[in-house]
Design a protein around this ligand. Structure first.
Ligand SMILES: [Zn+2]
Length: 283
């Protein structure tokens, strides 16, 4: 092929790319503050941006239902409502919750929702007001590991020693797979420790995944963007998921930021969808 023909072919590929359809996306971090109304709002926002998703992980939190300790009846009702919604909305992955300080009642609730098909449990040290280093947290997440339930925990570094506590929780519960949401927020640099943790013998079970919701929006186009990309590679591109943290941030806004990151198209495809497909066992 001549130089000219190559150039034409290249331009053609650029022009044709959108016509072949969008890249597949799974949004792993969506809050339904107002139940089904939130799903409609989320879908309307995507429609107006001509954006499609293959699916999304949906949780409460942030609205009237904080799943605080001592409110196990409410927690149960919210988990059931979420499961019911997911039955009506194909592509929705329901993410249940429990409060670790409810002890055995929380473990029983985890077992109950796991038997109803729940694959992910969300815990939020800040919103739910618990200490991630408390032994009741370890007991709950270990049980999740036994049941094959993935534990999604907020990791925006808005509580003291957030990353350190979560890292040690993951080390203490090697059979549990964790997703740490926001990858440490602006403390994401901490997680480069995983590159070293993998070099220590019988230390780290490689059971930590991250979603890069919110942090992507703040890091893209910033002076720390290249450090953020370096961190994604050090924690392992295979361990990183895309998420929006709707409604605080939108998926179109997140994707625009994500596109600015200097990752290869293969790496981006893994983060947009493939890693979620493998981790959550999506069809
Ligand atoms: Zn969130």
């Amino acid at each position: 092929m001549t130089k000219h023909a190559l150039l034409v072919a290249g331009l053609l590929a650029l022009v044709l790319k959108p016509a072949f359809g969008q890249e597949k996306i799974f949004d792993s971090h969506v809050h339904l503050w107002h139940g089904e109304a939130s799903i409609r709002e989320y879908e309307a926002q995507l429609a107006s941006a001509h954006q499609q998703v293959a699916g999304f992980g949906a949780m409460w939190f942030g609205g009237p239902n904080q799943a605080l300790a001592g409110k196990i009846e409410e927690t149960r009702a919210n988990n059931d409502a979420l499961i019911a919604l997911s039955e009506k909305h194909p592509g929705m992955l329901p993410i249940a919750t429990a409060h670790p300080y409810d002890g055995q009642a929380a473990i029983s609730e985890l077992e109950r929702v796991a038997s109803r098909g729940i694959k992910v449990l969300k815990l939020h040290p800040h919103t739910q007001k618990f200490d991630a280093a408390d032994p009741r947290v370890l007991a709950l997440v270990r049980r999740a590991g036994d049941l094959g339930v993935i534990v999604l925990m907020d990791n925006a570094s808005i509580v003291p020693d957030d990353c350190e506590k979560l890292f040690n929780l993951a080390l203490s519960s090697p059979k549990t797979r964790f997703i740490f949401a926001h990858m440490g927020g602006l403390n994401f640099r901490f997680w480069n420790i995983l590159a070293l943790a993998r070099t220590a013998q019988n230390f780290f079970a490689d059971n930590i995944y991250f979603d890069i919701s919110a942090t992507t929006v703040i890091a893209a186009g910033s002076p720390i963007q290249s450090e953020f990309v370096w961190t994604i590679r050090n924690v392992g591109v295979d361990h990183v998921l895309l998420g929006s943290d709707y409604p605080q941030l939108s998926l179109p806004q997140t994707l625009a930021a994500f596109e600015k990151l200097d990752l290869t198209s293969e790496e981006k495809a893994k983060i947009r969808y493939d890693n979620a497909r493998r981790l959550f066992g999506l069809k």
